[in-house]
Design a protein around this ligand. Sequence first.
Ligand SMILES: [Zn+2]
Length: 247
Amino acid sequence: MLAGVAGLAGVGFCAACGGSSRHSANVRTPGHGSVAAAAGAVRPVRSQPEEIAHGVRTARAVALTFHGSGDPALARRLLREVDAAGARVTVMAVGRWLDEEPGTARAFLDNGHELGNHTQNHRDIDAMSEADSHAEIARCAERLKRLTGTAGVWFRPSQTRHASRRVRAQAATLGYRGCLSYDVDSLDFTDPGAPAITRKVLREVRGGSVVSMHLGHSGTVEALPVLLDGLRSRGLRAVTASELMGA
Ligand SMILES: [Zn+2]
């Protein structure tokens, strides 16, 4: 069973980081989820590192993934909301934020959430030289390792929804299982207000979805209780990306 090829429609922007995203012309390799593995599906040989946008659609779970930077007070509020709901989330941490807020990042990990690599400075990774994009991934990986003991399982490129072939290869070289894209864009970074965030996500989310969200926005924090309730009423648990993918 194949899962995870991101559609080309609705490419998102990471305004929190000030840049536009773009389409990648590269062919993307489908991802594979834990349900496929549990069902005995044989994983095809990987010819290149994977880009994964969602898990298998039979999963009764979703992964809420957060761009990891911004106001630590908002991040702590968000952590309290997800913990109170018994949800697990994944923070794709920007290395610079790890330098500034190691305690906040560590609190997510200590409470059972997952941290991934979202580059050191969140600049336009496709506009960089090969050496610079490698360094952006490697420097964030070093910080994650120092802080947590591992570099994490997932890499998410900066200022683009889709990882180029070069970036996927670099992430794989640095030990990442895959590049984590998403199939639901909450557009929370545009600060549309909590109801709009909740409505959009609940309209588009399905089993296996990976939802793109951002730390550092008060509307995101305010949306979470209703959003998590809505997921629950649809029979969808919020789990970490690794749990969703069976990593
Ligand atoms: Zn981002």
